[in-house]
Design a binder for this molecule. Structure first.
Ligand SMILES: [Zn+2]
Length: 79
């Protein structure tokens, strides 16, 4: 059997795992912004396309925290 293994990403809202292509990507760029084509550089967070999670993405605080967590580990500042 030929396995075509798409990259799997985890929804930061509900935790479901879906192929990357099925997810909406967000990046941290002067705040959280949507990365429609998955082309922006930097650490991304993924949200699945379920209505619930799509609406929850308005909850940028959560996304931002998730993204900042990664940024922090890389670039530690005082405070
Ligand atoms: Zn989700």
């Amino acid at each position: 059997m030929k396995g075509d293994n798409p990259p799997i990403r985890t929804c930061v809202v509900c935790g479901i795992k879906e192929p990357k292509s099925e997810m909406i990507r967000f990046v941290l760029e002067n705040g959280v912004c949507i990365d429609e084509n998955h082309t922006k550089h930097g650490r991304g967070a993924y949200v699945c396309k379920s209505v619930k999670c799509r609406e929850t993405r308005i909850n940028y605080k959560r996304l931002e925290r998730s993204l900042l967590k990664f940024a922090k580990g890389r670039n530690r500042k005082t405070g």
